[in-house]
Design a protein around this ligand. Structure first.
Ligand SMILES: NC(=O)c1ccc[n+]([C@@H]2O[C@H](COP(=O)([O-])OP(=O)(O)OC[C@H]3O[C@@H](n4cnc5c(N)ncnc54)[C@H](OP(=O)(O)O)[C@@H]3O)[C@@H](O)[C@H]2O)c1
Length: 263
């Protein structure tokens, strides 16, 4: 199975790195494209066996699965430029672009018969590179085997949720944008760490491990966050004082408003 990633920048490159670390696709069967040599060099640095080229057509005609990962506003032109090299009835197309509906993608890929082409939208986040992405997947005209294959591929890069397309924007806000929100918390907490006495590199490491520990605890136990919070908030203690002060400053409300603003 060969996979082409058209536009292997931040997101496409993270997918290439994740696929190369996984077991389903061999690195020599991953073909990545970009415009500049600088980006192609970054891809080669992930794994020299990955093919890195500026030739979109070369990649598109060889692949069984074509992952389209250019910026949304370039998608129509890039597809139109290489469409003649597609075999739309034998290939599976996966777009990671935010905001472009499946119906639109199908009509760009196979204008003469859009409903005949198997198209997916996958919304991962950049943690795909370290096999820890939360990825949302929706499809049009795909059979159960194709859905399983695409879910399996992204499962190797973390966790996937197959959803109705109407939930893709919400998934994008919560997980793709969400990774930046989590990182902003890490930055904010580490700045506090410096103010209360740690060197910057110590503070950031402490917060990174604290956040990882919190996520691992919840994932492993299946508990609601408040159950775990109750375990660490002694009556009259310092943790509840800190939490309440954050809430007085609008912590929960700020997070909800931020996520809703992404929609
Ligand atoms: N970043 C995220 O967290 C994230 C999450 C979910 C979805 N997405 C989606 O992923 C897509 C890419 O976003 P990104 O953040 O990865 O952007 P990016 O880093 O700019 O990557 C886009 C890549 O496309 C390449 N490119 C531009 N024109 C091309 C062409 N004609 N042929 C082949 N390659 C071309 C660029 O090559 P050069 O580098 O050589 O210029 C660049 O590497 C977007 O549609 C976005 O909605 C991103």
């Amino acid at each position: 199975m060969k996979i082409a990633i058209i536009g292997a920048g931040n997101m496409g490159g993270a997918i290439a790195a994740g696929l190369a670390k996984g077991k389903l696709v061999q690195s020599k069967n991953i073909l990545c494209t970009a415009r500049t040599q600088t980006t192609l060099d970054k891809i080669k640095a992930i794994d020299p066996e990955i093919t890195a080229t500026t030739d979109n057509s070369l990649a598109a005609k060889q692949a069984d699965i074509i992952i389209l990962a250019v910026k949304p506003w370039l998608m129509e032109t890039v597809i139109a430029d290489i469409r003649e090299h597609f075999s739309p009835l034998n290939q599976v197309f996966v777009s990671v672009a935010a905001g472009i509906p499946l119906e639109q993608l199908s009509s760009w890929i196979h204008p003469s018969d859009p409903s005949a082409v198997s198209v997916f939208r996958a919304i991962p986040n950049t943690a795909a590179a370290v096999l820890a992405s939360m990825t949302f997947i929706a499809s049009a005209n795909a059979d159960t085997n194709q859905i399983k294959l695409i879910c399996d591929l992204f499962d190797e890069m973390g966790s996937t949720m197959y959803v109705d397309e109407r939930l893709i924007p919400a998934g994008t806000a919560l997980a793709s944008c969400g990774i930046a929100f989590a990182m902003r918390y890490i930055r904010a907490a580490s700045e506090a760490g410096v103010e209360i006495g740690f060197r910057p590199e110590e503070a950031i490491k402490i917060v990174e491990h604290t956040v990882r520990g919190a996520a691992e605890l919840l994932l492993t136990s299946g508990n609601h966050p408040e159950v775990e919070i109750d375990k660490v908030t002694t009556a009259g203690g310092i943790t509840i004082k800190g939490l309440n002060e954050m809430e007085h400053q609008g912590f929960t409300s700020a997070v909800i408003k931020g996520i809703k603003a992404c929609l």
